[in-house]
Design a protein around this ligand. Structure first.
Ligand SMILES: *Cc1c(COP(=O)(O)O)cnc(C)c1O
Length: 361
């Protein structure tokens, strides 16, 4: 690859588009004649305000976010939302339903129990989180303040291929690892959040998209920094926002738009993941643990069944220029993350490498 770069299949932080990195590099010491870096600018300056409002507008455009939804640009990572969601949204009924389909969903579920009656509406733990339960398997409480799920399970390589029907109960969704990779009907959700470091920007920024009427009901103990209403009132600037990451988000959104937007990203991820699943399915050695109807188009998990062979694969792949293919410690095996910035060529070449390794072993 150009600039001596590798195909980095890391689950997050992960690849950013080369064009974006180059642009940021060119502007790093002197942003558009201002004589300073975005990193050195006052977050209250006109110059930064343009960057900030621009990033929000581009995100609104990219995901077709309706007018009654706020976009918040926060810190604390996706994991802070595991607390912020129940603190702000649970008090309406004191109850919430959680779909426990992986590690991050379970972390959110455990955290929510501190603030009210969090209930498991379904779980895929019985089969090692290798599948997504069907709509008919969801045990829904009509009095839940919200229904929580994680759209793409980054660790296990499974993905919801449908939006749950929960009637009047608002949907809350962790889209950390698939946001901007597929079209979303935002109007079906009460709240969407995503840590930026998988598909949007460097680590340090968390995007929250929420229906305005859901804010303003936080528990009295809610720390100021964790109040959606406070952040709405202050346009995400109660304190200093993650300025550099917001600037990078704007550049990434420009890039996504140039590529054809989220529909083009959807086609791209299906093509990349499809190449990898084809190579895995047609091999003798490799299997994909995720059930076929639940496979992720972002994080492709696979294994040989032998820890030694898995380690050999990861080591030889690294030598061939395919980095960070070792699976998460909870699931073992291998994982290839094909986020938006992974070029098609990376997936093609990794698929070839899987075939060669299969023949040779
Ligand atoms: C990475 C990830 C998280 C954790 O994100 P942090 O920003 O590190 O807190 C949560 N949910 C999903 C789906 C993820 O992929």
């Amino acid at each position: 690859m150009e600039d001596g770069r590798v195909f980095n299949f890391a689950a997050g932080p992960s690849m950013l588009p080369l064009e974006v990195l180059r642009r940021a590099g060119a502007e790093i010491t002197n942003y558009r004649g201002s004589g300073m870096s975005v990193m050195e600018m006052s977050h209250r300056s006109k110059l930064f305000d343009d960057i900030f409002q621009g990033a929000k507008e581009k995100l609104r455009r990219a995901l077709n976010v309706p007018g009654e939804y706020e976009i918040l640009l926060l810190q604390g990572g996706a994991s802070t939302q595991f607390s912020m969601v129940p603190l702000n949204l649970m008090s309406r009924t004191g109850k919430a339903d959680y779909a426990v389909t992986g590690n991050f969903a379970n972390n959110a579920f455990q955290e929510a129990k501190k603030y009210g009656q969090a209930r498991e509406a379904c779980s895929s733990a019985d089969r090692g989180h290798t599948y997504i339960p069907a709509q008919s398997e969801l045990d829904l409480d009509p009095e839940a303040g919200y229904f929580y799920y994680c759209a793409n399970n980054t660790i296990y390589g499974t993905e919801w291929h449908y939006v749950p029907e929960t009637g009047p109960v608002p949907l809350v969704c962790d889209m950390s690892s698939d946001i901007l990779s597929t079209p979303v009907d935002v109007s079906r959700y009460g709240l969407i959040f995503a840590g930026a470091q998988k598909n949007m920007a460097p680590a340090g920024l968390t995007v929250v998209i929420l229906r305005r009427d859901l804010a303003g009901h936080e528990l009295p103990i809610t720390p100021l920094m964790l109040s959606y209403q406070r952040m709405i009132d202050k346009d995400s600037m109660y304190n200093t926002p993650p300025c550099w990451c917001i600037y990078m988000l704007g550049l990434v959104l420009d890039w996504v738009e140039e590529q054809g937007g989220v529909t083009a990203m959807e086609a791209s991820r299906r093509e990349k993941a499809g190449l990898l699943y084809d190579a895995i399915d047609s091999s003798r050695l490799f299997t994909a643990p995720a059930r076929a109807d639940s496979r992720s188009y972002m994080n492709v998990t696979f294994r040989t069944g032998s820890d030694e062979l898995d380690a050999k694969f990861v080591a030889e792949a690294a030598q061939a220029g395919f980095l960070n293919l070792k699976g998460h410690r909870l699931s073992g095996g291998m994982r290839a993350s094909v986020y938006n910035a992974m070029p098609l060529e990376g997936a093609q070449r990794l698929a070839d490498f899987i075939r060669r390794f299969d023949k040779a072993n």
